[in-house]
Design a protein around this ligand. Structure first.
Ligand code: NAI
Ligand code: 15L
Length: 264
């Protein structure tokens, strides 16, 4: 019997994966700090604050694969990000080590590399260039995952998710969009592959505009099917004014790169 843990299950992507992964493995264990509603067939629900190590130990117990989405998903204060994202990720990996979990999908973000220019084609070996405290917390999570692989053999796919929404809501997302179906395929593929090792993968659909090259992790065999081009002529996207000097246009991280420092 396989038990898959999904953290951040009450969030936008968690809610999608809750539906899409129902019945995929024997049990989907859902967790969030927020309410998750009624338990459905094939589900277990455990409410948990990821910054509480004792609770996370119990949460991870008995699981085979962790899809770690839980945490703050936008810019916030250092203290809030420290608790939810940095301590939260550490607690997940430490619990995985103690409870014998061998594979994790870590929801990283394009904001770990958001200060690269849009003309730069990045791959898995490109240096991190976080554009926010939030992005820095994803760099920590990726390095944490790398450390737990090198030292303890726990395999991780760090997915630098672009923009996973029902459809692109600005011009930037024509390049960064990841459809929910492509995300779901990727989550399944990471579990199914015989040997994962440690992998950095850009979570992006097969869009016409490309900033990220996943050829270094082609051994995983994930091929996104969707393409943002179908939304290219949406009125909202064509109406946007492009000022090329604006940091939000120059850098891959968009508004996160252009924003001031959160604590100011
Ligand atoms: P979301 O904000 O909708 O969901 C995050 C969930 O984590 C929320 O339900 C929240 O209650 C939970 N959470 C926050 N702090 C917690 C804590 N201390 N303990 C337990 N749960 C906590 O975000 P979304 O869009 O669903 O993203 C999921 C993951 O993917 C996040 O880690 C985000 O950083 C990452 N990601 C998402 C992208 C997107 O385009 N949706 C892009 C890049 C990364
Ligand atoms: C992220 O990391 C955020 O979680 C999401 O809300 C979007 O802002 C996304 O990046 C993006 O860059 O579009």
């Amino acid at each position: 019997m396989s038990r898959v843990l999904l953290t951040g299950a009450a969030g936008m992507l968690g809610t999608i994966l809750r539906d899409n992964l129902n019945g995929w493995q024997s049990i989907l264990r859902l967790s969030d700090i927020k309410n998750l509603g009624k338990t459905r067939d094939g589900e277990e629900i455990i409410k948990c604050d990821l910054s509480n190590i004792d609770k996370v130990m119990d949460l991870v117990d008995g699981c085979d694969y962790i899809i770690h989405l839980g945490g703050i998903s936008i810019e916030d204060s250092f203290n809030n990000i420290l608790e939810a994202n940095i301590k939260g990720a550490y607690n997940i990996y430490e619990a995985a080590r103690k409870k014998g979990v061998k594979r994790i999908l870590f929801a990283s973000s394009n904001h770990a590399i958001g200060f690269h220019k849009r003309e730069d084609m990045l791959d898995a070996n490109s240096p991190m260039r976080p554009d926010s405290i939030y992005g820095l917390s994803k760099c920590f999570g990726e390095n944490l995952a790398r450390y737990y692989f090198d030292k303890f053999g726990i395999e991780t796919a760090s997915i630098r998710i672009g923009s996973s929404f029902p459809k692109p809501i600005n011009r930037r997302m024509l390049a960064t969009w990841l459809s929910f179906d492509d995300l779901t395929d990727l989550v399944k593929k990471i579990y199914q592959i015989d040997r994962l090792g440690y992998a950095v993968i850009y979570g992006v659909s097969d869009n016409k505009q490309k900033w990220w090259d996943n050829s270094l992790t082609s051994y995983i065999g994930w091929k996104p099917n969707d393409n943002s081009q179908q939304f290219e002529n949406d009125a909202k996207l064509t109406a946007e004014i492009n000022n090329h000097d604006d940091p939000a246009i120059r850098f891959q991280g968009g508004a996160f790169a252009a924003a001031g420092h959160f604590e100011d």
